[in-house]
Design a protein around this ligand. Structure first.
Ligand code: XMP
Length: 308
């Protein structure tokens, strides 16, 4: 990579040349890649880039507010709360791949409606090098995409030659807060891949609360610098517990914390035991529906990082 200032200067020129005074759209997830691609493009074409943040009802606690706070002054941001539409389509679905497929389809429908509204001709994406190197199918740098209802957009991928660590460097140089450029990855389908079995508003809420506790405790201990991802999974298993003097029958939550360089492989490091105990105590105390917490100790392979 060029030095960061030169990379930004050259990219901004390239984007200006490419998009000119046309309208462009990007799906801003709040992750580092789409955030950096958004800010870079916005430096080139200003408010002609509309950054669309879709709340699918499967976000982490406080995520929509976080994204709004971080980007409302930096980008022409459009937040869309489509959670009803997503959760409606996901009702009763248990198969993980089916969940992903539905989420992908609803997302594109929501996104296409906004793109049509603003008259977008370009679609900016935060694709980075491993995304296309590993998926041998799509190595072209210039292509169009036809959305399901017929809108055709030309793809612009301003950070497609960069690796994750380089994206973080560019993000910092663009003035994004450290906390944002160093965020742990969060899967596009969100908590849908961390709730095993059917998705109900109640189960999503339990999973969201447990994830927030894990994040808080990891950060309190300063472990967020070394862990690649740290989260909680709500299993579909119910187990007997006892709370107060009363026997209870509640959910089993699994803690998952891994180190990794690129998510292709991952290993579970030795987390200080007191951190695990605090997480377990807090989750069972603060979430009445949970009676038992377990720790995942499986590396990838053979396991994947997420549970679904
Ligand atoms: P796995 O679970 O396959 O995850 O070891 C590898 C990395 O990818 C993330 N992940 C996803 N990201 N859509 C995404 O955008 C998905 O469907 C998805 N599934 C997993 C996961 O969080 C990890 O960083």
């Amino acid at each position: 990579m060029l030095n960061p200032s030169d990379f930004i200067k050259e990219s901004v020129e390239e984007i200006k040349k490419n998009i000119g005074d046309k309208k462009a759209i990007i799906a801003l997830s709040g992750g580092v890649d789409s955030s950096v691609a958004s800010v870079l493009t916005s430096q080139a074409i200003g408010d002609n880039l509309v950054a669309v943040f879709v709340d699918h009802g499967l976000l982490r606690e406080g995520e929509a507010e976080y994204v709004e706070k971080t980007f409302e002054k930096r980008l022409n941001l459009k937040s869309v709360n489509a959670s009803f539409e997503f959760l409606n389509k996901l009702e009763g679905v248990t198969d993980p791949e089916e969940k992903r497929k539905i989420i992908g389809e609803v997302f594109i429908n929501v996104f296409e409606r906004v793109a049509e509204d603003i008259g977008a001709e370009y679609l900016v994406q935060g694709t980075i090098a491993p995304d296309w190197i590993e998926s041998q199918g799509q190595i072209k740098s210039h292509h169009n995409v036809a959305l399901p209802h017929g809108l055709v957009l030309e793809i612009v991928e301003p950070i497609r030659e960069l690796y994750k660590d380089e994206v973080r460097v560019i993000g910092s140089k663009l003035g994004l807060p450290d906390e944002m450029v160093n965020r742990q990855p969060f899967p596009g389908p969100g908590l849908a891949v961390r709730v095993v079995g059917t998705l109900t508003p109640k189960k999503i809420e339990i999973c969201r609360k447990a994830n927030a506790i894990v994040e808080e405790e990891v950060k309190k201990e300063g472990l967020d610098d070394t862990l690649w991802q740290y989260f909680a999974v709500l299993t579909d298993t119910k187990v007997t517990g006892v709370k107060g003097d009363i026997r209870d029958y509640g959910y089993l939550v699994v803690l998952r914390m891994v180190e990794s360089l690129d998510a292709m492989t991952a290993h579970v490091p030795e987390i200080p035991w007191k951190v695990i105990k605090i997480m377990s105590q807090r989750i069972t105390a603060e979430i009445p529906e949970v009676t038992h917490v377990a720790l995942s100790v499986s590396d990838k392979p053979p396991s994947t990082i997420e549970f679904a």
